[in-house]
Design a protein around this ligand. Structure first.
Ligand SMILES: [Zn+2]
Ligand SMILES: [Zn+2]
Length: 291
């Protein structure tokens, strides 16, 4: 295995809210097969990529797991900022049904600026630089030894929500996307080097709901459509992955919850290598140095 692949967790919290000094909504950078791939584009993705040392004009592939705002809100602004930073080659965006409509709407909202920069700064037409490919279950993409496949997961009321698997000689990584506990994910993630699984901590959910101010409705949504850290451990164990990364943390910024609480919850069902996400954290594919 060639060890040049790496994962950078750019934004690690679940849900769209941000708080002073707190973590940012979900986005990840995957460098594999010599490609720069962004998985999900929550608020802060552009700043996160820049802080990770990625030149924005190197943007290559973007994959969006579903159209909840904490995964897609900054998709347009990311591509537009890359364009103003000198992006001159085509970018492909893979997303569920509705992604094309999002992109068209974004372009429409920015038509004044896009048109004026083409004339005034001689930039290529942004509308022709971006190809949107809408995907569903099965193979999403296969090129030069890199294969991406998708599995529809259980995230009501969103039906088009997909886990992603990236296979390459450098390694295999699976992202759960947002999902309730979903046993078929274990087969989908079978043998992966890294499983990035969303996670919720029971102890923090009630306090989060009280703070957010949409009591019963929010709690019902969380319990029906997300996975507890213990259950993410069960999926990792059944899949036999090399490392479990807990990501899209709910809650992510409760001062009464520490990394030790996340570890203790996952450890109930997962004895292997474990990483708790934080913004900017780098995960190497064969890194077995941390516990
Ligand atoms: Zn989410
Ligand atoms: Zn979601």
């Amino acid at each position: 295995m060639v060890l040049s692949a790496r994962l950078v967790l750019l934004g690690s919290k679940g849900g769209p809210a941000i708080r002073p000094g707190g973590p940012w909504p979900t986005s990840s950078l995957l460098e594999i097969a010599g490609r720069t791939i962004v998985v999900d584009c929550g608020l802060g993705v552009t700043r996160g990529l820049t802080d990770a040392g990625v030149p924005l004009k190197a943007l290559d592939l973007i994959v969006v797991t579903h159209l909840h705002s904490d995964h897609v809100l900054e998709l347009g602004p990311l591509i537009h900022t890359a364009w103003t930073a000198g992006l001159a080659h085509g970018v492909r965006v893979f997303g569920p049904a509705g992604t094309r409509g999002y992109w068209q709407g974004f372009l429409q909202s920015m038509a004044f600026d896009v048109d004026i920069r083409i004339v005034d700064e001689g930039r290529p037409d942004l509308r022709r630089l971006v190809e949107v490919v809408e995907f569903s279950d099965g193979q999403v993409f296969s090129e030069n030894g890199l294969t991406v496949s998708a599995l529809r997961v259980d995230h009501p009321p969103v039906t088009d929500c997909f886990a992603l698997r990236f296979d390459h000689a450098e390694g295999t990584i699976v992202f759960s996307s947002d999902t309730a506990y979903f046993p078929p994910l274990a087969d989908f993630a079978s043998g992966a080097d890294i499983l990035v699984h969303e996670a919720m901590l029971a102890a923090g959910v009630d306090r989060l709901v009280a703070r957010t101010g949409n009591g019963a409705g929010l709690k019902e949504h969380l319990l029906a459509s997300h996975t507890f850290a213990e259950q993410a451990g069960t999926i990792a164990e059944a899949a036999g992955v090399g490392r479990l990364v807990l990501h899209h943390l709910i809650p992510a910024d409760d001062p009464e919850i520490s990394q030790a609480d996340w570890i203790a919850a996952a450890r109930k069902n997962w004895p292997g290598a474990l990483t708790i996400a934080s913004d900017g954290l780098v995960v190497e594919f064969a890194d077995d140095s941390s516990g």
